[in-house]
Design a protein around this ligand. Structure first.
Ligand SMILES: Cc1ncc(COP(=O)(O)O)c(C=O)c1O
Length: 428
């Protein structure tokens, strides 16, 4: 058998996800999704018959614990779990051959597949392990000089704040942090706060697309347009937006974008992606070594050493699954779930919602608190007495419990949450 045929035979046997036609998704879900499609009507975000098919595709929907911290990290549907297992088993037979020579061949098709989902050129996508790696690569790779100014906020993610502070210490950059009082239902107020902080030395604005602590969606495109009118570049932290909101990366008009794929895309833990606008790739230094650090080839950011190509390849099935639902539907459903519980919760005396419930300003995440109770206490009461897993937030001026449903979350789980809040608030 010639090498080419033998390669295709082996990759078909492995079902290398990004190779499309051999997708496990087709094997496991295509028929169910096809049937579910018949249940779909316009505006079916509350069509439980349709969504029960999606819920069934996740083992997490059958967990003894109600998982409402999907903003931290999300479970994968069965198809992604099985793909990962299949690749791991194959690689375990001899990773230097099966992982490096067979599974590795899936990277370029995967890049294409990710680019299609992101609505961009595949030559702008680097595949890596998480949003921290993607955004730290950009932050440490930007050729900035002493005195150059960066504008971020105290509500950005700590790993990015620390990276900017490290550059400030090391290179004499000036890192300024705004502070917002969320929720804010006024884009212009947010854009103005960044605009007012700009000086002739400002080079970069760092924006978190969805503020992880409390779910505020930031007006990224408007910030980018304002920044570009003054010659300033924008780095976007899309850890919570990619795979959740229905957008294409170029629509944001930003210069750099980093995300994890193990949050809303439901890819395996340890998968991430970086997007760099094509004409900016050349000037960004890779964080790790590369033989051509000044090259304009996005692959210069992928010299990450020995790592799991199995995790990487299973991303392909997460994209298939996402496409099976559709990004618009997913965004609308998850927003509906958030609104479903939060609107009921805010009617309970003593319960406060910390997030806008309008779809322009938030999607999956909402913050909740009970008067007189610390977030960590509410979080532990929910777990101890009701087996509901959330996360207590105490960060800067934000104090609440963060609740994040996902597509596999059942309405009945959210009824339990509302019931629990009601009971806890009576005892508070
Ligand atoms: C806004 C934001 N950015 C970045 C990250 C970092 O993600 P990771 O730990 O996957 O690198 C997180 C994690 O929760 C986040 O919420």
């Amino acid at each position: 058998m010639n090498n080419r045929r033998s390669f295709f035979k082996k990759s078909a046997a492995l079902g290398v996800g990004a190779f499309g036609i051999n997708s496990l998704f087709n094997e496991l879900h295509a028929a169910d999704f096809h049937e579910a499609e018949k249940l779909w009507n316009e505006n079916s975000e509350d069509n439980e018959d349709y969504w029960s098919v999606i819920q069934d595709a996740y083992t997490a929907s059958k967990s003894n614990i109600i998982i409402l911290n999907n903003g931290g990290v999300s479970p994968s549907p069965v198809v992604v779990q099985e793909a990962l297992e299949k690749y791991n088993k194959a690689a375990a037979q001899g990773p230097s051959y099966y992982m490096w020579r067979i599974i590795d061949k899936g990277r370029e098709p995967l890049r294409q597949h990710l680019a299609k989902l992101a609505g961009c050129d595949a030559e702008e996508i680097a595949i890596n392990r998480n949003a921290t790696e993607a955004l730290n690569t950009i932050i440490f790779g930007l050729p900035l000089q002493k005195g150059d100014e960066i504008i971020g906020t105290v509500q950005d993610y700590p790993n990015m704040i620390q990276a900017w502070k490290q550059r400030e210490m090391r290179d004499g950059l000036v890192y300024k942090q705004l502070s917002f009082d969320f929720p804010i239902e006024n884009d212009e107020q947010i854009v103005k706060a960044y605009a007012d902080a700009i000086t002739p030395n400002t080079r970069i604005i760092h924006v978190t697309h969805i503020i992880n602590w409390v779910g505020q969606i930031m007006p990224v495109k408007k910030i980018c347009q304002m920044a570009h009118s003054k010659g300033i570049e924008v780095v976007v932290d899309g850890a919570h937006s990619f795979g959740l909101l229905d957008f294409k990366i170029p629509d944001l008009e930003c210069d750099y974008f980093g995300t994890s794929l193990h949050k809303f895309l439901s890819a395996p833990v340890g998968s991430g992606m970086m997007w760099v606008k094509k004409d900016k790739i050349e000037k960004i230094w890779p964080l790790l070594c590369n033989s051509q650090p000044k090259s304009a080839d996005i692959r210069k950011f992928e010299t990450l050493g020995t790592r799991s190509f199995c995790i990487e390849q299973a991303i392909g099935e997460a994209i298939n699954f996402q496409e099976g639902i559709g990004s618009k539907r997913k965004q609308e459903r998850v927003h509906y779930l958030k609104k479903y519980w939060a609107e009921q919760a805010q009617q309970i005396p003593g319960v406060k919602i910390h997030t806008s419930l309008k779809p322009e300003y938030s999607c999956a995440i909402a913050g909740v608190s009970i008067d007189g109770m610390k977030p960590e206490e509410l979080d532990s009461r929910l777990m101890r007495d009701y087996q509901i897993h959330t996360v207590g937030i105490n960060w800067e001026n934000i104090h609440c419990v963060r609740v994040t449903p996902h597509v596999y979350t059942k309405r009945s789980d959210l009824d339990k949450l509302v019931g629990a809040l009601e009971k806890i608030s009576k005892k508070a």
